[in-house]
Design a protein around this ligand. Structure first.
Ligand code: PEP
Ligand code: MG
Length: 756
C-alpha cells in the first residue's frame, strides 16, 4: 500500500468517528483503534501535553488503567524525547534505545517494536502518537508517513476542541517554552512592551479532512498558478525591496515555486485525504522535521524561504490575505515580521504599535526611517524570531540594549519596568530643554531642526522645541495612499503643516519615490527592470521625467504657502542642471499663478540635497544658485561605500565615524565657505550623539534629525566647546587613529559628555 492509501484509510475512519455523536474520550478511544488496526499494531497510544507533562490520553493495547495516569516529562522516555526534539523514532527494539523508560502501570513490556511521531501544533509539539508491536520489526516508511499525516490531523482536531473534552482540555499555549532573550540590532531606539502580532497572521486551518479530493486538487493548482504569478511580479513589491540579498531570496522563491517535487508532495498529501490547506501544512511540517536533522546554515536559509512561500500558498488557498494592520490590531502590539516596506508599516495605527521586531532590517532603510518618524522602537536582525515566538506571546523590546525578551518572567518584567522609568526620567530631563536654545559652551547657536513626513509629526515641533522642520519627506503621503495623491490633497497637507509650524521654518522636499520606496501606482516598465533601484529611476530623476507629478506638487506647495515663506528642496540632485530644471518647473507654476492673480509665497527658497557624491565635485558651480544645501548622509553613505542602505548584511559594516565619510563632509564644508548658503545635515547620522559631535567638529552648525533625538542633541550641544572638538577632529582627519569612534568616545568621556 502507498503512504497516501494507508493514510487515506486512517483518515476515512477518522472522518466517520468525527461525524459520530459520541463524547470526546470515546472519539479518542476510537481513533487509537483505527490507527492500530490500519497499521497492524497491537498498541496505539496518544499522549498529550498538559500542565507541562505528556499524559496518556488514549490507548489501544496498553493497560487502560494507565489512561490519564501515566505522565512523562518533556524529554523523558521515548515519548518525551519525541516531543522534546520534535523527531520521529522508528525502533525494532524499544528497550535498546538509551531514552527508553519503563512504566510498569502501562504493561508494555511485551512489545518490542516502537514507532512514534510528534503531534505538532504551530511548530510546537503538543503530544506524541505511537504504535507498538510484539514483533521486533521496524515500521516501513509508508507507515511512518501515514502516522505523521494522522498526527497532523489530530493536532488540528485537538486545536479546534473536537477531540478533547472540557475536563482534559489542553492549554495549547502551555507548549511554549519559557522565557528567552534574543539579541538583535537596535534600529530605532526605545523600549516597548506588549504582545506578539505577526504582520502576516498565521492561516488558521478550519478543515483538515477533504470532502472532495479532486476539488482540493484543483484549489491547489489554482493557488500555485497565482503564487507563481505573484513571484514573477514580486520584484516590484515594496515588501520585498530590491538588490543584494533580496535578489537571492527572489531566485530561491522562483526555484521553489516551480519545483515539481514540492507540488507533487502536496498532491500526494491531498491523495491521502487532506484538504489543500492541510496538505500544504503537512508537507511543510515534514520539511521542518527533516531540517532539524540537517545542520547546514545555508540550507536553513533556503528552508526559511520555503517556509515563507508555503505560508504564501496557504494564504492564497485559504483566501486569508490581509496583514495584521487590517485585522483589528490589539492595543499593545509588538509587530513581528521578516521585513516590511515603508508603506506597509504606515498602514498600522501608530498608537497601537509598541514595537517592531524584524528578522532583517538596517538603520537607514526607509521602513526604519518611517518607524522612527512614528516613534516606534525597532529591533532588527533577529534571525528566526518568527519561529521562536507565537502570536499573543508576551514580548519586551529593548531597542536601547538591543534585546528582545519573549515570555518574560516576573523578574524580567520588573527590571524592564525599571528601565522604562529611567528612560522616562531621561526624557523628562530632555523635555525641560524644550524652550532652552541650544548654545554651545563657547556661545555658538546650533540649529537643531527635526525631520518629519506625516501630518501628526508636526506636533513634535512643540514637544521637542526643535527650531523647525529641516526635512519634510513629502513622499510619505504618496506611500500611504493607494492612488496618486491629487493636488488638492497634497495642498491640504502642506498647508496644515505650515499652519501647525507657525513661525518655525519648514523645508519641503519634493517626492523621493522609487528605490526602496516603491509605489505600485507609479510602477512602470523602467522600475520593473531596474537592477539597482537605489541608483535608478527615483527621486528627482523620476519627478523630472514625470513632469506632471512635479508640476502638481509645485502648484500644491506654492498655493499652500501663499503669503508665507516656502522652502523647497530637491532630492538626489546629481548635476546642477537637474536642480535648474526642477526649479524651472516651480517658477513656471509660480508664473501661472501670478497671471491668475493668486497670492504667491512672499519668498521662495530653493535648495538641493547633497546625497550623490558627484554633486560635491561641482559644488562651486551649483552653490551660487542655492539658498541652502542639505546633506543626506543616508544615501551619501550608501553611494560613498557602494553599500546598499537596505541590505541587512551591510547594516553594520561601515561606520559613519569613518575617516572616508568625515573627510568627505569636511571637504564639502570647506568648499562651501565663501558661498552664502545655509548648509546642514539631514540624514540619520546627525541624530546620534557621537556623530553629531563629529559633525560640529568639522563645522556643521545646522542639523535636522529625528524628533526623538532633538532633546539628546540639544543637551549634547550645551556641553561642547567647538574650538576643542574642531582641533581634535582636524588632528584625527589629518592622521586617522585606528578607530575614530573609540577616539571620539574617549574624548567625550574625558569631558563627561554622555555619548549614548
Ligand atoms: C538621506 O538620504 O540621508 C535622506 C535624508 O533622505 P532619505 O533618507 O529620505 O533618502
Ligand atoms: Mg536620501
Amino acid at each position: 500500500m502507498t503512504a497516501a492509501a494507508s493514510a487515506r484509510q486512517i483518515l476515512t475512519g477518522l472522518h466517520e468517528v468525527m461525524a459520530g455523536r459520541t463524547h470526546a474520550q470515546a472519539k479518542l478511544d476510537a481513533v487509537v483503534e483505527i490507527i492500530g488496526e490500519s497499521l497492524d499494531s497491537e498498541v496505539c497510544s496518544i499522549y498529550l501535553l498538559r500542565e507541562g507533562a505528556l499524559e496518556l490520553y488514549a490507548t489501544r493495547g496498553l493497560n487502560p488503567e494507565a489512561v490519564h495516569v501515566t505522565r512523562l516529562g518533556l524529554g523523558e522516555g521515548l515519548t518525551g524525547t519525541i516531543a522534546k526534539n520534535i523527531e520521529t523514532l522508528n525502533l525494532a527494539e524499544a528497550k535498546a534505545h538509551p531514552d527508553f523508560l519503563y512504566r510498569p502501570e502501562t504493561g508494555e513490556e511485551k512489545f518490542h517494536s516502537f514507532a512514534g511521531v510528534p503531534i505538532v501544533y504551530r511548530e510546537r509539539a503538543v503530544g506524541t502518537l505511537c504504535v507498538q508491536h510484539v514483533d521486533p520489526r521496524r515500521y516501513e516508511e509508508v507507515e511512518i508517513e501515514a502516522l505523521q499525516t494522522t498526527a497532523m490531523v489530530l493536532s488540528e482536531l485537538i486545536a479546534h476542541h473536537e477531540l478533547i473534552d472540557g475536563e482534559h482540555a489542553l492549554g495549547l499555549g502551555e507548549a511554549h517554552t519559557g522565557p528567552e532573550v534574543i539579541e538583535g540590532l537596535s534600529l530605532v531606539k526605545g523600549l516597548g512592551a506588549g504582545r506578539a502580532v505577526f504582520h502576516q497572521p498565521r492561516v488558521s486551518i478550519d478543515q483538515v479532512m477533504a470532502e472532495d479530493i479532486e476539488a482540493e486538487r484543483q484549489r491547489v493548482y489554482r493557488a500555485f498558478d497565482r503564487m507563481r504569478e505573484q513571484i514573477d511580479a514580486m520584484g516590484r513589491e515594496p515588501e520585498f525591496g530590491k538588490g543584494g540579498e533580496h535578489d537571492e531570496v527572489l531566485e530561491t522563491y522562483k526555484m521553489f515555486a516551480y519545483d515539481e517535487g514540492w507540488s507533487r508532495r502536496i498532491n500526494e498529501a491531498i491523495d491521502s485525504g487532506l484538504t489543500a490547506e492541510a496538505a500544504i501544512e503537512r508537507v511543510q511540517q515534514r520539511t521542518r522535521m527533516r531540517m532539524r536533522e540537517i545542520d547546514d546554515p545555508l540550507l536553513a536559509d533556503r528552508m526559511h524561504d520555503l517556509e515563507d512561500l508555503s505560508n504564501r500558498l496557504l494564504r492564497i488557498v485559504s483566501g486569508q490575505l490581509g496583514t495584521a494592520a487590517t485585522q483589528g490590531l490589539r492595543r499593545d502590539t509588538i509587530l513581528i515580521a521578516r521585513n516590511l516596506g515603508p508603506a506597509e508599516l504606515l498602514e498600522y495605527d501608530r498608537r497601537r504599535l509598541k514595537g517592531v521586531v524584524l528578522e532583517e532590517g538596517s538603520a537607514t532603510a526607509h521602513v526604519v526611517i518611517v518607524a522612527r518618524a512614528m516613534g516606534v522602537p525597532v529591533l532588527g536582525r533577529v534571525p528566526g524570531i518568527r519561529r521562536l515566538v507565537s502570536e499573543g506571546d508576551d514580548v519586551l523590546v529593548d531597542a536601547e540594549k538591543g534585546t528582545v525578551s519573549l515570555r518574560p518572567s516576573q523578574q524580567m518584567r520588573d527590571a524592564f519596568a525599571g528601565r522604562f522609568e529611567k528612560t522616562r526620567a531621561r526624557q523628562a530631563a530632555y523635555a525641560e530643554l524644550r524652550d532652552v536654545e541650544p548654545f554651545t559652551r563657547c556661545g555658538t547657536r546650533i540649529t537643531v531642526m527635526m525631520n518629519a513626513g506625516l501630518r501628526d509629526d508636526v506636533s513634535a515641533l512643540q514637544l521637542t522645541g526643535a527650531d523647525g522642520i529641516g526635512l519634510f519627506r513629502t513622499e510619505f503621503q504618496f506611500l500611504v495612499s493607494a492612488t496618486l495623491p491629487q493636488r488638492e490633497r497634497q495642498q491640504r497637507l502642506y498647508r496644515d503643516v505650515l499652519d501647525a509650524a507657525g513661525d518655525k521654518p519648514v523645508v519641503f522636499r519634493t517626492v523621493d519615490i522609487g528605490g526602496d520606496k516603491a509605489v505600485p501606482y507609479l510602477a512602470s516598465e523602467a522600475i520593473e527592470r531596474e537592477e539597482n533601484p537605489a541608483m535608478g529611476w527615483r527621486a528627482l530623476r523620476l519627478s523630472l521625467e514625470r513632469e506632471g507629478l512635479l508640476k502638481a506638487q509645485a502648484r500644491a506647495l506654492l498655493e499652500a504657502a501663499s503669503g508665507r515663506r516656502l522652502s523647497v528642496m530637491f532630492p538626489m540632485v546629481s548635476e546642477p542642471w537637474e536642480f535648474d530644471a526642477a526649479k524651472a518647473v516651480f517658477e513656471k507654476q509660480a508664473e501661472f499663478l501670478r497671471a491668475r492673480r493668486k497670492i504667491l509665497p512672499e519668498e521662495i527658497r530653493y535648495g538641493a540635497m547633497l546625497e550623490v557624491p558627484a554633486l560635491a565635485e561641482v559644488l562651486e558651480l551649483i552653490a551660487p544658485r542655492l539658498s541652502f544645501l542639505s546633506i543626506g548622509t543616508n544615501d551619501l553613505t550608501q553611494f560613498l561605500f557602494a553599500a546598499d542602505r537596505a541590505n541587512p548584511k551591510l547594516a553594520e559594516r561601515y561606520d559613519w565615524l569613518s575617516p572616508a565619510i568625515l573627510r568627505f563632509l569636511d571637504r564639502v564644508m570647506k568648499n562651501a565657505i565663501g558661498h552664502p548658503i545655509d548648509i546642514g545635515v539631514c540624514g540619520e547620522m546627525g541624530g546620534r550623539r557621537l556623530e553629531a559631535l563629529a559633525l560640529m567638529g568639522i563645522g556643521y552648525r545646522r542639523l535636522s534629525i529625528t524628533p526623538a533625538s532633538v532633546g539628546p542633541i540639544k543637551e549634547l550641544v550645551r556641553k561642547v566647546d567647538l574650538a576643542e572638538i574642531s582641533a581634535a577632529m582636524q588632528r584625527w582627519l589629518a592622521s586617522p587613529p585606528p578607530d575614530l569612534r573609540a577616539a571620539l568616545e574617549q574624548w567625550a568621556a574625558e569631558r563627561e559628555i554622555e555619548t549614548d
